[in-house]
Design a protein around this ligand. Structure first.
Ligand SMILES: [Fe+2]
Length: 374
């Protein structure tokens, strides 16, 4: 090894990436990844198969892993000094958590379940089926703690317990409570959502016609999930914010566009179950429903309404749904690139779906804008 590559002489080290490179599993990259099409390999650290997913928009704090458990298999019991949110893509299983407060917690889950694995709580995952594999994605803030402590042993073998992260009885069975908000989307605290596709959402029309959403605080932690839906024949308004948001398509079909301010070219991601993508830092993004059913997504990130964690997250909380012309981060329909509505109408025609924007707003304004720029 040349002198400048010895450990003592290395600079610009990213301990998390060093750790990831040393894992015996594939690392996949991209603006978007189809998680149901990713090769996995045995990952002894977790006692499951896995892969590491590094989306282009991944920044300093969070990462994404994919895990598979064969029929009847059980993962290794692990605990770690990072919070983790789980989204189940396929299969039926259960999780056992050794509660620091003496409680033995066990709960069952299935496709489209989402739940928290609280900070440093020891857990095991079980595939309850004798025939079908289990596939699930996890989002966590291992990069943050690995780059801070630079000590794998501390992160995976710390004995400190955090009973305050487990929540009341029932939180792992889907019970929870609503936290009243003066404005913006509804906020719900729990540890477990049995089926994200069926969770009742609340009106959030500031983000688009008929748009509904709910934000979650899970495991009394700092990570956040939110889910949002668009009615048939509609799309949301474009907006932008910081990085590290991982977005899963939950129901329906459609697409998302992402672009940098002032650039004409878009990055396009088509939606289907299994696809995850992340809008890069301050890149505008906009979501479109082109199917015959409401389209719903689930997003995970670090920093929630209770604990925003960064100044950027506090800014986003204040700017959500606010027009860029008024200092916010959202592009109103009348200000958007006229090609956006044109593309949407073309995509709807391809899928035989009607445009229903006029049921929720003055669609003529969008059509007039298109006509002006032809
Ligand atoms: Fe967004």
């Amino acid at each position: 090894m040349p002198d400048d590559q010895t450990q003592e002489h290395r600079v610009l080290i990213d301990p998390y990436l060093d750790w990831a490179d040393a894992q015996p599993v594939p690392i996949v990259e991209g603006y978007s990844v189809d998680l149901l099409d990713v090769e996995t390999k045995p990952w002894p650290r977790f006692g499951m198969e896995g892969a590491i997913v590094h989306l282009k928009a991944r920044a300093d704090f969070t990462t994404l892993f994919l895990h598979k458990l064969p029929p009847g298999a059980t993962s290794a019991p692990v605990r770690h000094m990072y919070e983790q949110l789980v989204y189940v893509l396929e299969g039926q299983g259960s999780t056992k958590i050794d509660g620091a407060d003496g409680r033995d917690i066990a709960f069952e889950w299935g496709p489209k379940s989402m739940f928290a694995l609280p900070l440093n709580a020891r857990y095991q995952m079980f595939n309850g089926s004798g025939r079908e594999p289990v596939v699930f994605a996890v989002s966590n803030f291992l990069p943050l703690v690995m780059n801070l402590f630079i000590n794998e042993d501390f992160i995976f073998n710390c004995e400190h317990e955090f009973p305050e992260r487990l929540g009341p009885d029932g939180y792992f069975e889907g019970e929870g409570h609503k936290i009243p908000q003066p404005k913006g989307p509804g906020l719900w605290e729990t540890n477990f959502v049995a089926d994200v596709s069926g969770f009742k959402l609340e009106a959030n029309a500031a983000r688009g016609p008929g748009s509904t959403s709910i934000q979650f605080i899970l495991g009394n932690g700092v990570m956040k999930a939110h889910t949002s839906a668009m009615p048939v024949g509609t799309y949301k308004k474009a907006h932008r914010h910081g990085p590290d948001f991982f977005i899963f398509n939950v129901t329906g079909s459609g697409y998302s566009l992402m672009w940098n301010d002032g650039e004409e070219d878009w990055v396009r991601v088509d939606w289907r179950h299994g696809v995850v993508f992340a809008p890069p830092e301050m890149m505008y993004h906009q979501h479109f429903n082109t199917g015959p059913d409401p389209a719903r997504y689930l997003a995970m990130n670090l920093g929630n309404r209770r604990h925003p964690f960064t100044a950027e997250r506090k800014k986003q909380a204040a700017a959500i749904g606010v027009d860029v012309k008024e200092g916010g981060r959202q592009i109103e329909y009348e200000d958007q690139d006229s090609r956006i509505h044109r593309l949407y109408l073309d995509e709807l025609a391809k899928h035989g779906a009607p445009c229903l924007m006029s049921e929720f707003m003055d669609e003529q304004m969008l059509l007039d804008r298109m006509a002006e720029t032809v």
